[in-house]
Write a new protein. Structure first.
Length: 286
């Protein structure tokens, strides 16, 4: 397997901005990664020009990932709220097109951290609103040659899409071929009974793949069944990016959002370097 290997900017700076681009892109390239996944937390701080210039200077491909917190809810009952979420997602799509990212990825169907015990009818209505919003976003993305990669999250971070099965159902509800999934081993480890089977079930709907250990730490340092994961990716013919995602424990808002209460590696620099070493070796051996 020879997949492009990437690193998320959540390990480097938050919120990521134009000012961070020169140093961050240089570091990711120097480590030996192929891709930098740029997480768009505040669109006011980030421009396509800065991202594109840094990518070209350092020879990196770019992946665009959204940050879907309060105010960016594509499933809310409030029409103005859905419009705000859709406007943000459209911005991410246009940024992706401008910097050469094949997709926008993330849990774009609902805000992260929302946990409600809804009735089956209310849940169905929420899912229908999300599908309608995503359909509109997918049409906009299609005009720009961009795909949407929906990320199932674990039950503690969302109440809407936790598993591949639920993710595929939502993709189907949009009726659009450019809507697929981004899978993340951290979330899958919590929600899927069989990681390999879940990846195989997703098949060609896997548009992006993130890796993280069971504690959000360095891949290979915990109990994720990596041979099973890589075998499943090979079985579905996945040739896309594999991106390391973890989070800076020093950013209070991010740490609280993902319940990161302790360091999961000696440093983010160590996590970035050790993750790449592990992935290269594991993929080569596989």
């Amino acid at each position: 397997m020879r997949n492009p290997l990437g690193l998320s900017t959540f390990t480097l700076a938050s919120p990521f901005s134009d000012a961070d681009c020169p140093g961050a892109f240089a570091k990711v390239a120097a480590l030996g990664y192929d891709v930098i996944e740029v997480c768009v937390e505040d669109p006011r701080l980030l421009s396509a020009q800065a991202v594109r210039d840094a990518a070209e200077e350092h020879g990196l491909a770019v992946s665009i990932c959204g940050a879907f917190g309060p105010g960016r809810d594509l499933s809310t009952e409030d029409a103005d709220g859905r419009a705000a979420g859709l406007a943000y997602l459209r911005y991410c799509v246009e940024l992706a097109a401008a910097v050469g990212s094949p997709h926008v990825a993330g849990p774009m169907y609902a805000p992260t951290g929302q946990a409600r015990m809804l009735s089956p009818d209310d849940r169905a209505r929420q899912r229908a609103r999300a599908a309608e919003s995503l359909r509109a976003a997918a049409d906009h993305a299609g005009e720009h040659g961009v795909r949407l990669a929906l990320e199932p999250l674990n039950r503690f971070e969302t109440d809407l899409v936790n598993t591949v099965e639920q993710g595929l159902d939502l993709c189907a509800a949009t009726g659009r071929d450019n809507v697929g999934l981004m899978l993340d081993t951290f979330h899958q480890n919590i929600e899927e009974k069989d990681l390999g089977a879940a990846i195989r079930a997703a098949g060609d709907r896997v548009f992006q793949f993130q890796v993280s250990e069971n504690d959000r730490g360095t891949p290979g340092s915990g109990h994720i069944p990596w041979p099973e994961v890589f075998a499943a990716l090979e079985d579905i013919g996945y040739s896309g990016q594999i991106v390391v995602e973890s989070f800076l424990p020093t950013i209070v808002e991010i740490a609280r959002a993902v319940s990161l209460w302790r360091p999961v590696a000696p440093s983010m620099d160590a996590l970035a370097a050790d993750s790449l070493t592990f992935l290269r070796t594991a993929l080569h051996n596989h």
